[in-house]
Design a protein around this ligand. Structure first.
Ligand code: ZN
Length: 308
């Protein structure tokens, strides 16, 4: 249903052995652990070769494990990620399928589902199939395990959101959850989603939310001028990777989407789901649900969403 093209020149690809080759620009893209690697650049945390090696090692070490244990294993062999945050990130990964199931109700269109920034494929499990793209090869390897455990047949592809390996005519129903703020070039990524997509449902964490920054769990990061954010995080959490996340306001997100070809993009406060929370948190969420569409809520909501 989906044909791969060269992520660089969009030329046709020939499959040979364990690789795809581009006849136009002569690039070769390997298939490793059954996952084609169409990246033109690596994610900020690990190089291309090291990421592939880590994915292969993970595949061998997690064979026969449950997905939950495989995630725990991942953090156990990744001492760069501090234990307090690893615990949060693990809980979030495990809750993702239930959250994605709720979010998918907001997506429309009938093209093939394409999840940009799919991580371990939770939304594909919620949807019962589709195509997932992520820059982190090692997480896609865990995603394969997760899909297998859930009995869902979906395709995982390692690629840059800025250089999608799909033909223009794909007509995809594009979803992208909490990925925009991590992208090297958000505008180019949105143009790529427009090129291959017929509809868009995108969420992103809100810069102005009166809450701790959701990735590093520090108060006030988003409220600082952008050039102060990385030094601030580095001072408070010298144990973390350099802070390269760019949180945006709902309005910034909407303008970026419109300028990138999603001319009818609309923004609103995103629905929030917390499947594992206690009664008091559920009451706060019920209050939020009642106020979500009130004027101005997208200014301060923890997360905003774009539909286009
Ligand atoms: Zn090419």
């Amino acid at each position: 249903m989906m044909r791969f093209v060269c992520p660089q020149c969009k030329g046709g690809l020939a499959e040979s052995g364990n690789a795809y080759g581009c006849a136009t620009c002569a690039r070769v893209f390997p298939v490793i652990c059954g996952i084609p690697d169409f990246r033109l650049f690596a994610d900020p945390y690990i190089g291309l070769e090291a990421d592939r090696a880590k994915g292969q090692a993970l595949e061998a070490a997690t064979r026969g494990m449950s997905f939950a244990n495989a995630v725990r294993h991942y953090y156990a062999i990744t001492p760069d990620d501090p234990a307090d945050l690893a615990e949060r990130w693990t809980a979030r990964a495990l809750a993702e399928v239930a959250i994605a199931r709720e979010m998918l109700a907001y997506s429309r269109g009938d093209g093939p589902l394409l999840d940009v920034g799919c991580s371990t494929g939770a939304a594909l499990i919620a949807a019962g199939g589709g195509m997932g793209v992520d820059i982190a090869f090692r997480w896609l390897v865990l995603g394969q395990l997760r899909l297998r455990e859930a009995g869902v047949a979906a395709r995982l592809v390692c690629a840059n959101a800025e250089h999608l390996p799909f033909a223009d005519s794909m007509g995809a129903r594009v979803i992208s959850f909490d990925t925009l703020e991590h992208l090297r070039d958000a505008a180019q990524s949105l143009r790529e989603m427009r090129r291959v997509g017929s509809s868009l449902l995108l969420t992103s964490n809100n810069r102005w939310a009166p809450l701790p920054e959701p990735h590093v769990h520090l108060w006030g990061v988003g409220w600082l001028p952008r050039r102060w954010q990385a030094p601030f995080v580095a001072r408070r959490r010298p144990d973390l990777h350099p802070y390269g996340i760019q949180l945006r306001s709902a309005e910034e997100g909407r303008e970026l989407a419109r300028a990138s070809g999603w001319v009818n993009a609309r923004t609103e406060a995103a629905p929030l789901f917390a499947p594992q929370m206690g009664a008091s948190a559920r009451r706060v969420l019920a209050l939020y649900r009642g106020l979500r569409l009130a004027p101005g809520m997208s200014l301060i909501a923890p997360r905003w969403m774009i539909r286009g």
